[in-house]
Design a protein around this ligand. Structure first.
Ligand SMILES: Nc1ncnc2c1ncn2[C@@H]1O[C@H](COP(=O)(O)OP(=O)(O)O)[C@@H](O)[C@H]1O
Ligand SMILES: [Mg+2]
Length: 268
């Protein structure tokens, strides 16, 4: 994934890993224009929608029970559309990352705790961290948002009986991004979110990072598009490998520059 056309990826990895990562989906520039258009539409649609909802509520007051049910349906469905539109707007409003030295495990922990009291309450989450991992260079809130979205998808993929999620961190020097201008950057910090759910549906596997691609009935298809955008803004990389029973999302991130790491230490 990466929506910057100036960036290509150079991968030095054992063949098996290279093969898996090669199947990673990419956010294309088409996604950008789709989002821009959707954002404009979202803004324009919200006003008349408020009018529709308000009128339906007024009408409902003077109706018998049976007709009122229909009017309530209009109000309810309108609310659903507004929620979707707000998500589209949130996507468009994503500010540039405010980057600093961040402990990846702090971000993972915040995401895990928030998930456990909400949508991941039925899941068992285990941690498998490399405690010696150096800090990455990221916007802490956006990084947490990435992990939260990935844990959310893993939870939603599991059935009502729940399932297992493994959060894994490790160091792997074989990942480098190389831009077409010859500059490159190393992405040695790896985070994997692994679940034992049914896996990604093959018919959407190639497009899951695109906006509005969803395999769920009430999905918006914006979660992974947002994840992809944030990782791209951080100069990182995301890849996925999924078979029934094992889905792995791997986020690869850079190490914080020494000055940032030192400043952050001083602040603490
Ligand atoms: N861990 C996972 N296991 C199985 N399918 C997944 C997983 N993560 C994402 N997906 C698939 O990718 C789709 C897109 O995800 P996302 O962009 O977050 O949108 P949404 O969650 O709103 O559908 C999901 O609807 C689901 O079909
Ligand atoms: Mg989602």
């Amino acid at each position: 994934m990466n929506d910057n056309p100036d960036i290509i990826m150079l991968l030095i990895a054992p063949r098996e890993i290279a093969g898996r990562l090669g199947r990673a989906s990419a956010a294309k520039s088409a996604a950008k224009s789709a989002i821009g258009m959707a954002e404009m539409l979202a803004h324009e649609i919200k006003n008349p929608l408020a009018g529709i909802s308000g009128a339906a509520q007024l009408i409902a007051m003077n109706l018998g029970a049976e007709d009122r049910e229909l009017a309530d349906l209009i109000v309810e469905e309108t609310r659903r559309i507004v929620k979707l539109l707000e998500q589209v707007e949130q996507f468009g409003n994503l500010r540039p990352p405010d980057r600093r030295a961040v402990n990846i495990h702090d971000a993972l922990d915040r995401a895990r705790k928030s998930a456990m009291v909400g949508f991941a309450a039925k899941m068992t989450i285990t941690e498998d961290y490399d405690p010696s991992l150096p800090a990455t260079f990221a916007d802490p809130d956006q990084l947490m948002q990435v992990f939260l979205n990935l844990i959310k998808n893993a939870s939603e993929a599991a059935g009502p009986q729940g399932g297992n999620i493994r959060l894994r961190s490790f160091y792997d020097l074989s990942l480098r991004l190389r831009r077409t201008d010859g500059t490159g950057s190393s992405l040695p910090l790896q985070v994997e979110i692994i679940d034992d759910g049914p896996g990604i549906k093959p018919e959407i596997a190639k497009e899951i990072f695109e906006p509005f691609v969803s395999g769920r009935e009430n999905g918006t298809g914006l979660g992974l598009a947002l994840v992809s955008k944030i990782i791209s803004d951080h100069g990182g990389w995301i890849a996925v490998d999924s078979v029934p029973g094992r889905t792995v999302f791997r986020v690869s991130l850079p190490v914080a520059p020494r000055e940032a790491a030192q400043n952050d230490m001083e602040v603490k």
